[in-house]
Design a protein around this ligand. Structure first.
Ligand SMILES: [Zn+2]
Length: 370
C-alpha cells in the first residue's frame, strides 16, 4: 500500500477525536480499553456494491489492485465477478472488427468457465485487508446444464476460502439469452433447481438476472417470467436470491404494475428469501425518471427496507467517477429514504447477507474438503 504523507483531512481529525473521546470514556468507566477487535478506523465508506463485473464480455477488464484503489474510501465492500458469457469473434460475421459487447455482433455467446479461476487468482493476489472487502462470486456455468451444480462444487473445493456466492447469472435477458450457444436457459429447467439446491445447502448468495417481462409486451398479457420466478423461489426456501435490477433491462422497462408486482413478491410470506438489487444505470434512469417514480420507489423501499441492496453493475471501470455514476444518479432516491432504510440499502443489508454467506460457505468448505 502506498501512503503519501499529507495533512489530515477534517474527516480524519474528527475520527481521531471521536476515538480519543471513546478511549477516555472507556478509561473513565474502568472498562477494557484493549478489545479483541483491532482498533480499525471508523468507516468513511458510503456504500457497498452488491453487483460488480471486473471483466467484460471478452474477459478483459480492470486489474483488481487498480479496482481497490477505484473503490477508494467510498465503497467499503463489493460482490465481484466476471461475466460468464464470452462474445465469439466470428470472422465470418464481423471480419476484422473485434466485438467486445453482445450488441456488436450476431455471433453467439458461450459459457467461459475459466472466469472463475481468473477471479479466484485475482482475489488471492490481494493482501488480507483488501480481500476482506471483496466477496467473489462463481459465474462460469450454464444454468441449462444439469452438471452446472457440479462445476460450482468443484470451484469451491479448488479455491476454498474465496467465494461467497454465485452470479450474476442469467435466465431471461433481452438480446442476450437468445444469443447463447446451446440449450436456451429456462426457469423451469431442473438444472436450475440443482444449482439453487446446492446454493441453499452451501449458503451461497445467488445473484440472478431475470427480466420481469418480455421487451415489447402485449397489453393485458401476464408476464410469465414473474409467475415462474415465484415458483422457483418457493421451491428453494433456504436459498437467498437477489433479483438483479428488480427485473428491469435496457428496454424491459417498468410495466405499469411493476411496483405492484415487486410489492406483492416482498409481502408474500412464502418468499422471505427474495431480495432486490437496484443496480445498473439503465435501471436507475427509469426509477428516478420523474418525482412520481422516485417517490413510488422510495415508498416501496421504505416499506421493505431489509430487502433492497444498492449495486453499480459497472463493468471494468477505469476511474471512480465512472464507477460511481449510478450512485450519483440515485441521489434523489436516497434523499427520500428514511435514515434506517438508506443505511440498509447502501450498506447494512449487504453486510448481513454476505457475512452470513461467508460464515456458511467456509463451514461447508471445511466439511467437504477434498
Ligand atoms: Zn450485471
Amino acid at each position: 500500500m502506498k501512503h503519501a504523507s499529507r495533512p489530515l483531512s477534517v474527516a480524519e481529525c474528527s475520527r481521531i477525536l471521536r476515538r480519543s473521546i471513546a478511549l477516555g470514556v472507556a478509561l473513565w468507566l474502568g472498562g477494557p480499553v484493549l478489545q479483541a477487535q483491532p482498533a480499525a478506523p471508523a468507516s468513511t465508506y458510503v456504500v457497498n456494491d452488491s453487483h460488480f463485473h471486473l471483466t467484460n464480455y471478452v474477459q478483459q477488464g480492470t486489474d483488481i489492485h487498480d479496482f481497490l484503489r477505484i473503490m477508494g474510501d467510498k465503497v467499503g465492500r463489493v460482490a465481484l465477478f466476471g461475466i460468464p458469457l464470452q462474445q465469439t469473434w466470428a470472422y465470418g460475421n464481423t471480419g476484422d472488427f473485434a466485438p467486445t459487447y453482445y450488441l456488436q455482433s450476431d455471433a453467439p455467446l458461450y459459457y467461459y468457465s475459466f472466469t472463475d479461476a481468473f477471479i479466484a487468482m485475482a482475489y488471492r493476489s490481494l493482501p488480507p485487508a483488501e480481500q476482506a472487502r471483496v466477496d467473489p462470486m462463481i459465474t462460469g456455468f450454464s444454468p441449462a446444464d444439469m452438471y452446472a451444480a457440479d462445476h460450482i462444487r468443484r470451484v469451491l473445493q479448488t479455491f476454498p476460502g474465496v467465494f461467497s456466492g454465485i452470479g450474476e447469472f442469467t435466465i431471461h435477458k433481452e438480446f442476450v439469452s437468445a444469443k447463447v450457444a446451446g440449450e436456451t436457459a429456462s426457469l423451469t429447467n431442473p438444472a436450475l433447481d440443482r444449482i439453487l439446491d446446492l446454493a441453499g445447502e452451501v449458503g451461497l448468495v445467488v445473484l440472478l438476472h431475470n427480466d420481469i417481462d418480455v421487451p415489447f409486451p402485449k397489453p393485458g398479457q401476464d408476464p410469465y417470467p414473474v409467475v415462474q420466478l415465484t415458483q422457483v423461489l418457493k421451491r428453494h426456501p433456504k436459498t437467498t436470491v437477489i433479483w438483479a435490477h428488480c427485473g428491469l433491462g435496457r428496454i424491459v422497462r417498468p410495466v405499469k404494475d411493476q411496483i405492484g408486482m415487486i410489492e406483492r413478491g416482498l409481502s408474500n410470506p412464502d418468499l422471505p428469501n427474495l431480495y432486490i438489487d437496484i443496480s445498473w444505470d439503465e435501471v436507475a434512469k427509469y426509477l428516478v425518471a420523474t418525482p412520481e417514480t422516485t417517490q413510488a420507489t422510495a415508498d416501496l423501499i421504505n416499506t421493505h427496507a431489509d430487502r433492497f441492496l444498492f449495486g453499480t453493475d459497472e463493468v471494468a471501470p477505469t476511474e471512480q467517477a465512472k464507477y460511481l455514476k449510478v450512485y450519483d444518479i440515485y441521489a434523489p432516491l436516497f434523499a427520500k429514504l428514511t435514515p434506517d432504510a438508506s443505511e440498509k440499502v447502501r450498506q447494512g443489508n449487504y453486510e448481513r447477507l454476505f457475512d452470513d454467506a461467508r460464515r456458511k460457505v467456509r463451514a461447508w468448505e471445511k466439511a467437504n474438503r477434498k
